[in-house]
Design a protein around this ligand. Structure first.
Ligand SMILES: Nc1ncnc2c1ncn2[C@@H]1O[C@H](COP(=O)(O)OP(=O)(O)OP(=O)(O)O)[C@@H](O)[C@H]1O
Length: 363
């Protein structure tokens, strides 16, 4: 594990354009991926640009670990080039006349040896770009270019890594190719990564923390599993609402093409995973794939049935109800019809069983 001295990010930022105002007060974790999520125009890029010093908020206080980057009350504003950050954009922006190695060396050259959090070789290894070092950017695929851009950002040993939709310009296949490298990053680095996306898939796969913006304001912020399942947050009411559970692969049942994994919520059978026993797994369970029964079903084609208790429920319009359930130590969402909620008399505190019709592996 590579340690960084940065404890956390404190940001109180206010900025007004003609038609839009950003107004946030944040305390973000020192490590892991914080995903900034929200509709187009909600202010994700503006927030990242404020942190980078590319916009100057009228009122701003920004501290990265122990280092003050901005304090408008004392008229202090550290310019971008003096902020130890790296920014990865949709397009890789590599120097076209330099090889991959040349691009990486350029990022490292400015660093004093003592400022290096880790070596260039580690960045090359994390992004698996060793075989590409001699090539010019024009001879790389879009996904490879983006991996080089991320390695270059890391090679600069930033105190914070800002990523603005780094996969948005790639096709679906390239996204799938690059996502495992991104998930590896936060397991290997102790720097905060702020990652902007519109994609719920990227949220489910990458986020440790989730920050949801709407019209320039924070509407939810916290650890991923908690933020996804809060009934007063925007995520639980979405048609694509899902709970994300993290656990460990415990066995395979090859003849049925199944694997079994343990979570704080209980054991689940999953479609076969070609991973060794003991591997960490992260699954997404869509709320629409969860149903509720009062008795354990005696005969059911559904393999995953777990005891649960109802924590809370809320009408979500169009005849649907969202139910928040405690399953072991985990929280699970179910979307059921309002009529079912009424017929089963679903209420907080009630003991039930959840049937999970499908799960998908997100990591
Ligand atoms: N320099 C500017 N001057 C005026 N308005 C701006 C400026 N930059 C951004 N805006 C406005 O601020 C709002 C937020 O923009 P921003 O790019 O931060 O949103 P976003 O959430 O990143 O959107 P997207 O997901 O589409 O990239 C938008 O309404 C945008 O039009």
């Amino acid at each position: 594990m590579i340690m960084s001295p940065v404890p956390s990010i404190q940001a109180r930022l206010r900025l007004a354009y003609d038609q839009f105002a950003l107004d946030v007060d944040l305390n973000l974790p020192a490590s892991g991926v914080t995903v900034l999520f929200g509709h187009s125009g909600s202010g994700k890029t503006t927030l990242l640009r404020c942190i980078a010093g590319l916009e100057r908020p009228t009122q701003g206080f920004l501290k990265i670990g122990a280092t003050l980057w901005q304090d408008s009350e004392h008229d202090f504003f550290l310019p971008t080039h003096r902020r130890n950050l790296a920014y990865v954009f949709q397009e890789a922006n590599l120097f076209p006349h330099l090889s991959v190695r040349g691009n990486l060396d350029y990022a490292v050259r400015r660093l004093r040896t003592k400022d290096r959090l880790f070596s260039l070789e580690q960045a090359i290894e994390l992004l698996a770009i060793g075989p590409l070092l001699a090539r010019l950017p024009a001879r790389l695929s879009g996904g490879e270019r983006q991996r080089v851009a991320i390695a270059r950002a890391l090679a600069a040993s930033p105190d914070v890594l800002l990523m603005d939709e780094p996969l948005a310009a790639l096709d679906e296949q390239r996204k799938q190719d690059i996502l495992p490298y991104l998930t590896g990053l936060h397991q290997n680095l102790q720097i905060p990564i702020l990652y902007v996306t519109h994609s719920l898939q990227e949220v489910n796969q990458l986020a440790d923390h989730l920050l949801v913006l709407a019209a320039g304001k924070v509407v939810a912020c916290g650890p991923l599993a908690e933020t996804l399942t809060r009934l007063d947050g925007p995520m639980a009411l979405d048609r694509q609402a899902a709970s994300v559970w993290q656990g460990k692969l415990v066995s395979h049942e090859a003849e049925y093409h199944l694997s079994h994994a343990e979570f704080a919520g209980g054991s689940l059978s999953l479609p076969y995973l070609d991973m060794p026993v003991g591997s960490p797994v992260r699954i997404r369970i869509y709320a629409r794939d969860v149903s509720i029964t009062l008795q354990p079903p005696e005969a059911s084609s559904i393999l995953n049935i777990l005891p649960a208790s109802v924590l809370a429920l809320s009408a979500m319009g169009q005849g649907q109800t969202v139910v928040q359930l405690a399953v072991g130590e985990e929280v699970l969402l179910a979307h059921i019809t309002q009529k079912s909620a009424m017929l089963l008399n679903v209420r907080p505190g009630m003991a039930v069983y959840v049937q999970i019709k499908g799960t998908s592996i997100v990591r």
